[in-house]
Design a protein around this ligand. Structure first.
Ligand code: BGC
Length: 384
């Protein structure tokens, strides 16, 4: 009888928790009431009494607040975990590897029940990851794969090669590259790729080159600097300043007498840097290049609307957070999370079971449907 009563009580508490669950929109603000998750499926097991996080703490180590996406990722995850009753310790390392190591060391010392890590440098955390494993703390890799460790249980991310494929396919279609040779057209292009210590950046470059290499080979695309390999085009820590500097150098050197037609950038931050360089070099609407990006940050979407950026890759951080939360629940409660890839993400020690969300290209033609109708941004935010 006593047991039955405690089960009933537990169920009532869970229902109450779910009913008043706090959820986030994409401004990092917390809304009370209904979840607007833009069509993201909700299978985090939040209605299951055994999967609540009461009395458990999750440590979240995020790379930086210098780019909007990570602020949203952290806020979304914190809100979703707190809605399930978890305590959350959320820390940002401001792209400082050592700072991230000590933040995670502290979380291990605190004996959190699970760690969620989006690494500054994906291979630099092996020692602290081993400490976590020795202490029995499971680790989920968030968005960036954790390399060279056996301490990681699951990986929640987007199809990172698919991001590159989507960027490249956009360029092919927008410039009609398939017919360019026959039409006697060619376009100049430069590449601004991601950080060499981020596995995502390597995959993204592979995805781009798989599509664009034939056009570089045939001369339909002309890269005047000759810098097309990952080693030649990667930018440490995804630095906007470096991208701007490179773009300024290219424009005043290789492109002093000829326009740059395509800025193939792997990140919205790079697109902002290149925009500044292009404006400083006197580019106008008449010769403004096609500029790609990634993350569909608020500023990027505003730039897409005003024509200063052509496209970005929409990665719904609410959905990613939701998938990660299912993994946290699984490692803490001994259940199975949803996995859709068990072959791709080899971190040099093991192939990490992953859930990969689908990246989508966004431009002036579809941002309203994708982002406003999908509840990611409001029309007011984009108009400000
Ligand atoms: C993420 C991208 C992001 C980049 C820079 C990558 O690991 O996958 O979405 O643009 O880091 O922050």
């Amino acid at each position: 009888m006593k047991k039955l009563l405690s089960i009933v009580l537990a169920l009532v508490m869970v229902l109450a928790l779910v009913a008043c669950g706090n959820t986030t929109n994409n401004n990092g603000t917390v809304d009370n009431g209904t979840v607007d998750n833009g069509g993201a499926s909700s299978n985090d097991g939040s209605s299951d009494a055994e999967q609540t996080g009461a009395g458990k703490t999750v440590g979240i180590a995020m790379p930086t607040q210098s780019s909007e996406r990570w602020i949203n990722d952290g806020a979304n995850m914190k809100a979703q975990l707190e809605a399930l009753g978890y305590e959350v310790v959320l820390q940002y390392a401001e792209d400082d590897v050592q700072m991230q190591v000590s933040q995670i060391e502290n979380m291990v010392a605190q004996m959190v029940d699970c760690l969620v890590i989006a690494a500054v440098d994906s291979g630099a955390l092996t020692a602290v990851e081993a400490q976590a494993k020795a202490a029995g703390i499971p680790i989920i890799a968030y968005d960036r794969l954790l390399m060279d460790t056996d301490a990681v249980s699951y990986y929640a991310s987007f199809d990172n090669k698919g991001v590159g494929t989507a960027i490249a396919n956009y360029i092919v279609e927008a410039k009609d590259l398939e017919n360019a040779e026959a039409n006697g057209e060619s376009y100049t292009i430069e590449f601004f790729m991601g950080s060499p210590d981020d596995n995502n950046a390597v995959l993204l470059h592979q995805g781009i080159m798989e599509v664009l290499q034939p056009y570089l080979d045939s001369g339909v695309l002309v890269c005047k600097t000759g810098r097309t390999s990952f080693d030649e085009t990667c930018i440490l820590r995804w630095s906007q300043e470096t991208a701007q500097q490179w773009c300024e150098n290219y424009l005043s050197g290789f492109y002093a007498d000829e326009d740059l037609d395509i800025v193939c950038s792997a990140f919205d931050g790079f697109a902002y840097g290149c925009r500044s360089a292009l404006e400083a070099a006197g580019y106008t609407d008449a010769n403004w290049p096609l500029i790609t990006g990634q993350d569909a940050e608020l500023m990027a979407v505003k730039n897409i609307i005003s024509g200063k950026q052509t496209m970005s890759i929409y990665k719904d951080t609410r959905l990613l957070a939701e998938k990660c939360v299912t993994m946290v629940n699984a490692v803490i409660n001994g259940t199975e999370p949803e996995i859709n890839d068990t072959t791709t993400y080899d971190n040099n020690v093991l192939v990490v079971p992953s859930y990969l969300c689908t990246p989508v290209a966004v431009d002036a033609g579809n941002y309203e449907e994708l982002l406003i109708d999908g509840g990611y941004y409001t029309a007011e935010q984009l108009a400000e």
